[in-house]
Design a protein around this ligand. Structure first.
Ligand SMILES: [Zn+2]
Length: 78
């Protein structure tokens, strides 16, 4: 019984060491780096030319546009 417990403990230690080594060699995920700055990435609508946060934009046919056509047209008329 004691031997099994010892083997189990050693296995856990080996696993934790392996995991920490793996974590150090890997660069931080891009999502974390993007969150370090509070400012959101700004994009430019290719239809009306207005600058807007990326979350308020949409991608269509490889172009960045305002999220809704109504929003885009309203800005175009203003
Ligand atoms: Zn637009």
């Amino acid at each position: 019984m004691g031997k099994i417990l010892l083997t189990l403990i050693l296995a856990v230690i080996a696993l934790l060491t392996f995991k920490s080594l793996l974590g150090k060699s890997r660069p931080p995920p891009p999502a974390d780096r993007g969150r370090t700055g509070m400012a959101e990435r700004m994009v430019r609508c290719s239809r009306c030319g207005v600058h807007l946060p990326e979350s308020e934009s949409m991608q269509r046919d490889g172009e960045t546009l305002c999220r809704t056509p109504e929003q885009c047209l309203r800005r175009e008329n203003a």
